[in-house]
Unconditional design. Structure first.
Length: 271
């Protein structure tokens, strides 16, 4: 009897009828959403994959034979890829410089609500606007070239990093800060000696992740005239030279892999 009572006590609690109805309603709503978006997403046109297979096979045939025959052209691709990496580097560095003060102003345990709330909304706006949209605005201001890409990445990444940095600040342990405060330090000294040492490694990890993302985003920004390998890629796509498109794609993949491996090695040393 005692063992049976113990087994009954170990049984997970059963959901009430109301909870089951809510769960069923959620699943029903999800199914309804899929049905409503079926036509808008053109899922019914999937058979076109088979009907247009001849065009796809032509594309794949050229794409699977990358053109590395012209050494001067390949060297040009590598130089443009390096430009893209430089855009990502500067876009990330500028965003870090902006995100650090903004993150402190966003943190509710550092700044009062009348400051943190509007600053958070400003960072939300920067995150919500895509780099391409910001890039087109800077193209008008500074003209085509890498600088427009740098500024676009800097603004967008500021919104992203400020959110990540501020969440790290809000999760810090209070005893170190209280210890600094007990010495009669100012508010700024509390942040420098009590907060920054705790969040420094995490901030660095976040910044490296954003650099990896920026390297890919900088490639896309080249499509709108922001320089780098993306612009070369777009030109070859427009000329239907898929063998060269494949060569450019391989160079991009190699560069991104090198960046990812390097970033991962740096992050491991921070742990």
């Amino acid at each position: 009897m005692a063992e049976a009572a113990q087994l009954d006590a170990l049984e997970p609690p059963r959901a009430s009828l109301g909870e089951k109805l809510v769960t069923w309603a959620l699943w029903l709503g999800f199914g309804l959403l899929l049905a409503l978006s079926f036509r808008g997403a053109q899922i019914g046109d999937l058979p076109l994959l088979g009907q247009n297979w001849s065009n796809t096979s032509t594309y794949l045939r050229d794409y699977l034979h990358p053109d590395f025959s012209d050494h001067a052209t390949v060297t040009h691709y590598i130089r443009e890829m390096w430009v893209t990496v430089q855009v990502a580097i500067w876009g990330t560095v500028l965003s870090i410089l902006l995100a650090v003060p903004f993150s402190l102003l966003c943190a509710t345990n550092i700044a009062p609500a009348w400051i943190s709330f509007p600053v958070r909304r400003l960072m939300d706006t920067l995150r919500a606007v895509n780099e391409l949209v910001i890039g087109t605005a800077f193209l008008v201001a500074v003209g085509p070239g890498p600088l427009a890409g740098v500024l676009a990445l800097a603004l967008h990444n500021t919104g992203v990093l400020a959110k990540l940095f501020s969440e790290a600040v809000e999760a810090v342990d209070q005893p170190p800060i209280e210890g600094v405060r007990a010495t009669g330090s100012t508010r700024l000294q509390e942040i420098v000696w009590g907060v920054i040492p705790q969040v420094g490694p995490l901030w660095t990890s976040f910044a490296l992740y954003r650099f990896e993302s920026s390297a890919r985003s900088a490639t896309v920004l080249g499509l709108i005239g922001a320089g780098g390998i993306g612009q070369v890629l777009f030109d070859n796509i427009n000329s239907f030279n898929y063998a060269r498109v494949s060569a450019i794609a391989i160079i991009i993949v190699i560069a991104v892999v090198i960046i990812d491996i390097t970033s991962s090695a740096i992050r491991k040393r921070l742990v």
